[in-house]
Ligand binder design. Structure first.
Ligand code: ADP
Ligand code: ADP
Length: 223
């Protein structure tokens, strides 16, 4: 589960010039909970996802992720925690020089999984995302939608305890977006906590769920 208490965040913690990206954010998500993360551009959604992905630290307040208090965690503990988190970045962040197969295999290899398992798991998820024939392609050879599906496959292949997705459907068609929601539902049923930042109103209407709504760095709604 994740728990935030009065979390504040500004990008330039030392100076006073940087805008405050998040103010006094408090909420909890139980293990296996699903949340839409909503709000206009600049509201703080990406900043919040950065804190949850442990790539930035709160400027104030307390953040607990999967039972660990982030401020107190040591470097090694944070690294272990990070491996239990899957992230779908808005800009995909695939490694351009590595084949699709190896991009998706990364989280499993970080866990030192046997190469036979890696092969089976990667091929099965490649089939699931409809990219079974693209295993040896490099990301720059793929369309935006294909790259986004690779990013999704990489984020979920190791069955993370926490899955964070920033606009994960913006390059997908309606059919693929619906399949992604089916995947999210399955994963949350298996205990993965999921936060999805999106502007896709049609998708939110098709899949109503608990919403966290941000505006100007504040949490307006939790319900
Ligand atoms: P959203 O994802 O909802 O569009 P962001 O979290 O990106 O919102 O932005 C929240 C605030 O933080 C905005 O005022 C934005 O300008 C600022 N911000 C975002 N990224 C940075 C950054 N790397 N450095 C400084 N300020 C940033
Ligand atoms: P809470 O987080 O408050 O325990 P749930 O996570 O059980 O609530 O879900 C609240 C609503 O969101 C339910 O209507 C459920 O059908 C829907 N929902 C739950 N998980 C998903 C998911 N992965 N994708 C889409 N909708 C979901």
């Amino acid at each position: 589960m994740i728990r935030l208490r009065d979390v504040g965040f500004r990008y330039d913690a030392a100076g006073t010039s940087a805008p405050v990206a998040l103010r006094q954010i408090s909420f909890e998500v139980p293990q296996g909970g699903f949340r839409w993360l909503l709000g206009p551009s600049g509201a703080g959604k990406s900043s919040l996802l950065r804190l949850l992905a442990l790539t930035a630290r709160p400027t104030s307040g307390t953040l607990e992720i999967l039972g660990s208090s982030v401020a107190q965690a040591r470097r090694a503990a944070l690294a272990r925690l990070r491996r239990r988190i899957g992230v779908v970045h808005q800009d995909f962040r695939l490694l351009p020089d590595l084949p699709v197969f190896d991009n998706i295999a990364l989280p499993l290899r970080l866990q030192h999984r046997p190469e036979d398992d890696v092969r089976d798991e990667v091929h099965s998820i490649l089939d699931w995302v409809g990219l079974g024939s693209r295993a040896t392609a490099r990301p720059p050879q793929l369309s935006g939608g294909e790259q986004q599906r690779v990013a999704i496959a990489r984020a979920v292949i190791h069955r993370p305890a926490l899955l964070l997705a920033d606009e994960p459907t913006n390059a997908l068609d309606e059919y693929q977006a619906n399949r992604l929601m089916d995947l999210f539902r399955d994963l949350s049923g298996l205990g993965t906590t999921i936060l999805v930042a999106t502007h896709n109103d049609a998708l939110i209407r098709r899949y109503p769920a608990h919403e966290l709504e941000l505006a100007q760095g504040r949490l307006l709604r939790d319900g």
